[in-house]
Design a protein. Structure first.
Length: 223
């Protein structure tokens, strides 16, 4: 079998007994890394450390993995302007996060005979969020509903990275303010201590001025 050393160096073709002996001498494990190769390849390594590092890499990969998410927002053809702004705000938030948004216009009663109301509303929404997303699936009638899908200009991974950076920046800002507060508190305490010393010194000076000269000496002679 072909033996690879702990630092990736090529040892060469050796017997299984020699490979095991070399691994034992270094207090390491002998792991088969390419069973289908001819000859098979084995490596001397710390298998416990290898499994730990592999688990860390897998966890980091899952952390940075971007899952495609489709959010849904439902509107009525004659939606109130205030409600429209609220719904649009949600769509903006979804697109900023790198998610797709499925917009559903729900028709009821006589509204079904006026599909142009839904198309007009969807076109307006697409224009209002054009900086953040694009029309990935054009408006299409689906029974009583009309559907359009908006896709984000920003990839999910980019949005996640920006969100993490913003979170770290906020943390750093909070830590900086805590430091400033601590320094301000120290300055206040120092100023208060200095004021107290000054008050004591002024009081001593007043007492000294009030006692007649030689009073202390006369008191000592009488005693």
């Amino acid at each position: 079998m072909r033996l690879v050393g702990p630092n990736g160096e090529q040892v060469g073709i050796v017997s299984i007994q020699d490979a095991l002996r070399l691994a034992q001498e270094q207090d390491l494990d002998l792991v088969e890394v390419a069973a289908t190769a001819r000859p098979p390849v084995v490596k001397v390594m710390d298998y416990g450390k290898y499994k730990y590092e592999s688990a860390l890499k897998a966890r980091e990969a899952r952390k940075n993995q971007a899952h495609t998410v489709i959010k849904e927002m439902k509107l009525r053809p004659k939606i109130d302007p205030h409600d429209y702004e609220t719904k649009k705000g949600h769509v903006v938030r979804f697109l900023k996060a790198g998610d797709k948004v499925k917009i559903t216009i729900m028709f009821r009663g006589r509204e079904q005979s006026r599909p142009e109301l839904g198309r007009r509303l969807l076109s307006k929404l697409a224009e209002d969020v054009a900086e953040l997303g694009f029309v990935e699936f054009a408006p299409k009638q689906d029974g009583r509903n009309m559907i359009m899908v908006l896709g984000p200009h920003k990839k999910k991974t980019e949005a996640m990275a920006e969100a993490r950076a913003a979170k770290e920046e906020r943390k750093a800002g909070l830590s900086g303010r805590d430091t400033e507060h601590a320094e301000s508190a120290e300055l206040v305490e120092g100023a208060e201590a200095a004021d107290a010393v000054e008050v004591v010194e002024q009081a001593e000076a007043v007492v000294a001025a009030a006692v007649p000269a030689g009073a202390d000496q006369a008191t000592e002679e009488q005693s």
